[in-house]
Design a protein around this ligand. Sequence first.
Ligand SMILES: [Mg+2]
Length: 246
Amino acid sequence: MMSSHTAASSEAPIQRPAHPVRWRSVGSALFDMDGTLLDLHFDNHFWFEHLPKRLAQIHDLDLGSAAARVSDHIEAHRGTLAWYCLDHWGRELELDLVALKCEVQHLIQVHPNVPRVLAAVRRAGKRTVLVTNAHAASLALKLERTQLAGHFDRVVCAHDLGLPKESPQFWGRLKTLEDFEPSATVLVDDNADVLRSARAFGISQLVLARRPDSTQAPSREAEFPGITDFAELLPVTTIDAEARKR
Ligand SMILES: [Mg+2]
């Protein structure tokens, strides 16, 4: 049967969705870690299941009140550096958060196609930078577990700059450490608030990682170009590759 799809395409070519990144104008590629490169299932499981369970066991609480204590703290500190700070959490809950994270570290997983894309970005001569709000101890555990560090020219922990990425001032501070031209930079992040703060600073290409947690449905946020799989960032076009075609 002749499909209407075929009939339509003979008149006007089907428009492919625009590539989420104009790679030829990119000098620096900034990548978030949790939910973007790594499956947020680990963090969701840790904060909403493992931590309440272990808090209840260690402090002899019922699970309901342990879960409420964790979620109250999450609500009170969301989007601040304290929220990402394991020392802060450790003090608040009187627990060794790093040890508890290690108990479920088998759930730390890299999203599909991430190493392949990072390798392609570097091969294309772009500067690759990991920029994360994660606490240093969490960052170290995840980089050791995933072996991703070798893909980056630099790894930046927001705690070292004293501001979270959600703050528009963060990007100016980042620039004092890692020089980048905002109009020639792409940022891939699963947090729309972070993309908004980067946009306010002038970072020109912003891509939302729409499926931070592989066990949950993708985000329908339409404010930014989005990807549900890292392979959608390919191919990484360079000026040289284009020139060779001519
Ligand atoms: Mg993230």
